[in-house]
Design a protein around this ligand. Sequence first.
Ligand code: HEC
Length: 195
Amino acid sequence: MMFKIRIHFLGLIFLFGSCTSSSTKSVESKSDSLYIKEGDSLALATFDTLRISLQRAIAKNGFDGAVSYCNVQALSLTNVYKSDVVSIERVSTQFRNHGNAPDSLEREVLKRLAAVQKSELVRISENEVHYFKPIIIQPMCLACHGDPQKDIQPAVLQTISKLYPDDKAIGYKEGDLRGAWHIIFRNNSQPTTTL
Ligand code: HEC
């Protein structure tokens, strides 16, 4: 394999609010930990954006209405922190939206994450660094991604199959790997940890 792959065990501690990096070092010399810190911040901030919007939609229109809301809004909400040099995606082998289907690198990493749920940094080149972070199923996810017999209400299931006729994103249990955050840093983008 040509990729130089480094695997990291991540703690549960995330650092926020500090904007300390103003150096002009190249990507090559930047330490993995800066990318990991930035990647974690971006993933968590994007997850919060999605979660808060989803909870609002559920409160307003129920799970059923929230599925339609996700259908329209999920992609743009995932892109809230996107910039010229940083892209953020959610990918899954059991995708609901075809736009979240994995490419070959993503498939390869997802296979490893399914075996061991830990984040990975993949350096493709001096100007392209990829960060992957597992997305794990929590209790609140089951209403739309759980067991269709007991977790998902029939009306919700109906809306899901109407909007996503070949949905693969059901049948999960709490703690399962649902997919991964895939964050790409390009063109010497500086991790700045401004979130
Ligand atoms: C109200 C229903 C609902 C809930 C609750 C929900 N999701 Fe989803 N999820 C969806 C829909 C609908 C999509 C497809 C969005 C789109 O079209 O981009 C989706 C897509 C995703 C994707 C992108 C990959 C794919 O399959 O297309 C991930 C990852 C994901 N959800 C994880 C979660 C996690 C983790 C939770 C719990 C924290 C959760 N979801 C809770 C409805 C839901």
